[in-house]
Ligand binder design. Structure first.
Ligand SMILES: [Zn+2]
Length: 310
């Protein structure tokens, strides 16, 4: 209905028009940041009258915006076709103005009265979104960087220096494309088997490496194999870690593995996958992305950026 009204009046207000255009282009996917009826608010901007100065300029601006959105959507469709996706990925909603409060689900947040970084597998949200995370860093496939950039699918990396150090440049390129590089320890050891000082070297040592080579100390840390103890969280907190995202499902080129009994995705679920090549699993990084995106899209979810929520 709003669409019809917008068509009749044409360009009464930029955001309203953008939403109407988005609604057409995205055909059913949530148009980011568009609230129904926002142009009907009392006290809102007055409608331009034909012939009044500014009305023509507004009309031109709206038409230019519509052309831009159309071009963007055409590029998305072309990218999905080029990379062999079974379906167009759904668009994620705009990130929340305030990040949700995340509490641990495994009992380590408050221990003897101290607050430790929360450990979780799912981000609390009602949106049909999931988060894609990639671990370790052994495989450095240039095709993956191009694919994710062209498809505009967000993901977060959790790097372990022992497999990253032979090519920091690859991950610098990834970072330049908007991916956050997070901590996955220096040497990928089983942390509960280490002393507190050994854990400090593994976790805080990786913070130092990430800062040295990529200019940033991350606030997210994932323990290798998802194994940790109280010392892990204390040490992580001491060198700047704010949260410990684990995962609810794991993606492979030929299947998914689930942590939850219902073998399904849920709003806010974190999906784990790895930087691996064809010698490690049955396919390429691109095959893995095609597989996980099919699962995510078939179930009606969009991929959102973890760092926008955590
Ligand atoms: Zn790992």
């Amino acid at each position: 209905m709003q669409l019809v009204r917008q068509k009749e009046k044409f360009a009464t207000k930029r955001s309203g028009t953008v939403c109407a255009v988005l609604a057409v282009l995205m055909a059913g996917a949530a148009a980011s940041g568009c609230a129904a009826g926002e142009d009907g608010r009392a006290g809102g901007p007055r409608e331009p009258v034909a012939g009044r100065p500014g009305a023509a300029a507004q009309k031109d601006a709206a038409a230019a915006e519509a052309r831009r959105l159309k071009r963007e959507q055409a590029a998305r469709v072309a990218a999905a076709r080029k990379w062999g996706l079974a379906k167009m990925p759904l668009a994620a909603p705009a990130p929340p103005a305030v990040k949700p409060r995340i509490t641990t689900r495994e009992g380590f947040e408050v221990e003897g009265g101290e607050t430790l970084p929360p450990v979780f597998t799912t981000v609390p949200t009602k949106e049909r979104i999931v988060f894609l995370t990639m671990d370790d860093g052994a495989e450095k496939d240039p095709e993956l960087l191009r694919m994710m950039t062209e498809l505009k699918i967000p993901y977060s990396a959790f790097l372990s220096d022992y497999v990253v150090s032979d090519d920091y440049g690859y991950f610098k390129d990834m970072q330049a494309r908007g991916v956050t590089l997070n901590n996955h320890t220096l040497n990928h050891r089983y942390l509960p088997g280490l002393s507190k000082e050994e854990q400090r070297r593994e976790i805080c040592g990786e913070q130092d490496k990430l800062e040295k080579y990529f200019g940033k100390r991350p606030t997210l840390f994932r323990p290798p194999y998802g194994n940790y103890n109280g010392d892990t969280l204390r040490v992580a907190r001491s060198c700047g870690i704010k949260a410990v995202p684990l995962w609810a499902a794991e993606a492979f080129p030929d299947h998914m593995e689930w942590r939850e009994w219902d073998q399904d995705l849920h709003p806010g679920d974190i999906i784990l996958t790895h930087f691996r090549g064809e010698e490690d699993w049955k396919g390429s990084m691109a095959d893995m992305i095609r597989r996980v995106m099919k699962t995510v899209t078939d179930k009606g979810y969009a991929v959102a950026r973890l760092e926008d929520y955590v």
